[in-house]
Write a protein that binds this ligand. Sequence first.
Ligand SMILES: [Zn+2]
Length: 216
Amino acid sequence: MLAHNGVLFLDELSEFARQALEALRQPLEDGRVAIVRANHSAVYPSRFMLVAATNPCPCGYAGDWERCRCSETELMKHRRRLSGPLLDRIDLLVKLENEGAAGLGAEPLCSSAKAREQVMLARERQEARLHDEGVTVNAQMDVRMLQHHARLDPQAEELLSKSQQRGLLSARGQHRVLRVARTIADLNGSERVRARDIGSALAMRSNTEQAGSRAA
Ligand SMILES: [Zn+2]
């Protein structure tokens, strides 16, 4: 509730109690939260951007065979905590590699100023397109708006339906991929959503199955 229209950052996501994580599902899906007590209940607006960070395993070195000291049981427990419905509601999953000291000193691929300019332009495009819908950004589009505003070219359509046929996407997942792909197209200044936009959106979901796994 306190993060309404803001950013909610949760560090060490896997350390949160399962119940607390599950409670995030409703606001992430509906943009509101219902508080139910014995004698009364209330619904509050709760639309926020969730940003979360977590280690790949309890010791932090999963994937590095020599350093990870976690047992299979610990890895499985870690993976279970983060799998399923909550991850399905997180649009972008990015695995960060250990870059070492050299990586820290390297030039960024894109400056913050340039990225900011690109984001502002993309948001302007979204606002103009969604003006008559009463929302301002792609994240707020419901299914009807998505069908209307995220028009796919034939290759993009094919890629999305193949992913669905292979069981990689739930219906909710498909809508989320469409919203992200619409945003990627906006960042590239394209009115049409192309196959490569869908591909990029899919790639940022595919880590879901691997989170916390030894093979990750
Ligand atoms: Zn470990």
